[in-house]
Structures are given as C-alpha cells and as structure tokens.
Design a protein around this ligand. Structure first.
Ligand code: G
Ligand code: G
Ligand code: MN
Ligand code: NA
Length: 252
C-alpha cells in the first residue's frame, strides 16, 4: 500500500496515541510540564516513527486531520488530569502546514473553549521549516493564539532550520535548544554557544528549554549556562498516559 493509503486507514482506525515527555525546572529539578509526542502502532504491532510519517503526512495534507486528532487527544488528557486536580501544561507539536489553514487558530481556540480548561495549560511548539511559506499567516495566528493564552515555543533552535530572523518575528515565549546543541556539552565551544544563546533568550524574556539531555554533565552545564528547563532521557523518557499520570501524582 502507498503511504497515503496506510495513513488514511490509520486515521480512520485511530491507530495513533500520544506519549508525554516530562520537562523539569533547572535548579529545583521539579516537574514543570510535558511535551506530547505522537506514536503510531499498526494493528500488527509494528511501530512507525513520527520522523517518517509526519513528513509524509505533511506532503499529502493528512497532517491536517492527524493534527486535529492530536489536539483532541491532548485536550482529553488535560481534562482528565484537570478533573483529578493534577495539572501542568502540555505542549503539542504543530506543523507549519497546519498554519496554512487560515482558521487553524480559531478552531484550536474553539476546541479549547469547549474543553472548559483554564487557559495556559495547552502550549504549542513549532519548528521553522521549508513548509513555513506563508509567514504572515503563521505570524497572525501565533499572535492570536498568544493573546488568547496559548503560548508558543520555537522548537529545534540551533539547527539549520531555525533562524534569528524568526526569533525576532515570531511571538514566542520559549526557545527549545535542539539536542545537537546539548549533545557536545560540556565541551568549551559548545558551552560558549549555549551560553550566548541563553543570554539572547533571557534578554528577550524567553524561557529556554534544553532538549535531549542525556547526562548529568550536560544537565549541570545547562544549569550553569542559563537554561531554564531541562528535557531528555536523563530526567524522563516519553511516557504512556498512565505513567505520566503517576509521575504527576508523585510530584504533587
Ligand atoms: O518523538 P520522536 O523524537 O520520535 O519525534 C520525531 C520527530 O517527529 C520530531 O521532529 C518531533 O518533533 C516530530 N513529532 C513528534 N510528535 C509530533 C506531533 O504530535 N506532531 C508533529 N507535527 N510532529 C511530531
Ligand atoms: O523535534 P522535537 O524536538 O519535537 O523532537 C523530540 C524528539 O526527541 C522526540 O522524538 C523524542 O522522543 C526525542 N528525544 C527526547 N529526549 C531525547 C533524548 O534525551 N535523547 C534523544 N536521543 N532523543 C530524545
Ligand atoms: Mn518538540
Ligand atoms: Na527539538
């Protein structure tokens, strides 16, 4: 079967699930929120990586229904945590392709209103990509979302895809330092770049989440160099909903 038909069947059969990777505050190392990451498990048990199927879904436009499903799943999870009195923000990854729909922000805000959740619990992460063609449209909708209490993070900062131009233009609350900036820490050249990036972020009043933190040496360096939050296998892998709920409860 073609990728498009496989995805189509998977969308109808709801073969997608979200896992939740925890984020922690620097210093206290207290749990501060989660990033939702989509997973696709086929009925035969085969798992397909989002690194493969997200670009395919972006090419075919299937990222639109898939994106809606992801938003719905994240909101349902947040509602469940909210009812249990346990709640921290959840960030979803939004493809720039979703922003090519002029009513993307309207629809997300409608869903959020219908959920009855307090504002600020749903966040979005966006990666600058070649798909970010209609920059004015992306900007307008990010501003609309921000004004309505849905903060945006710039994902994968420090890769070839992210630029200082976007940092200046996009209304964002958070910079996410790409794993490729974190991996070579604490080597001095890497530390110098991270320190300068954190200083830039601070002067723009941004939070700085370091991604892909795998070692205590990296975590120590990031805390020293000015990151505000840590995310990565050292502190927590992406968790199935039940495990994420247990983590929330135990971090009271
Ligand atoms: O979770 P993992 O590291 O395997 O993700 C691989 C890639 O897929 C990353 O670039 C990540 O941002 C992207 N990705 C994961 N979940 C989602 C999602 O729910 N929506 C979008 N648009 N991208 C996602
Ligand atoms: O592009 P984005 O930053 O959304 O993608 C996050 C991806 O990175 C997810 O697929 C997640 O599974 C993966 N990831 C999260 N933490 C780590 C880590 O500490 N090390 C590595 N190698 N990958 C990670
Ligand atoms: Mn992300
Ligand atoms: Na990233």
């Amino acid at each position: 079967l073609q990728a498009e038909q496989l995805l189509d069947k998977a969308l109808r059969a709801r073969e997608f699930q979200l896992v939740y990777q925890p984020k922690f505050r620097c210093g206290s190392r207290r749990l501060s929120g989660f990033e939702a990451l989509v997973r696709w498990q086929r009925p035969d048990g085969q798992r397909i990586s989002p690194a493969d199927f997200i670009p395919a879904a972006e090419r075919t436009g299937q990222i639109l229904p898939l994106g809606e499903l992801i938003i719905d799943m994240a909101l349902l999870q947040l509602q469940s945590w909210h009812e249990q009195g346990q709640v921290l923000p959840v960030a979803i990854n939004v493809s720039p392709v979703q922003f090519t729909q002029p009513r993307f922000a309207d629809r997300l805000l409608e869903r959020l209103a219908r959920s009855g959740l307090p504002r600020g619990l749903l966040e979005i992460e966006i990666t600058e990509t070649a798909a970010m063609t209609q920059l004015d449209e992306v900007l307008r909708q990010l501003e609309q979302l921000g004004a309505a209490g849905v903060p945006c993070a710039m994902d994968d900062f420090g890769t070839g895809q992210s630029s200082l131009t976007m940092l200046r233009k996009l209304p964002i609350r958070t910079l996410k330092l790409d794993r490729s900036m974190v991996e070579p820490l604490p080597r001095p050249e890497a530390a110098a770049i991270v320190e300068a990036t954190c200083a830039l972020g601070r002067s723009l009043n941004l939070e700085i989440v370091a991604e892909g933190v795998e070692t205590e040496e990296q975590a120590d360096a990031l805390e020293r160099l000015g990151a505000t939050h840590l995310q990565g296998y050292l502190l927590g892998r992406p968790l199935e909903p039940a495990a994420a709920t247990a983590l929330l409860q135990s971090s009271g």
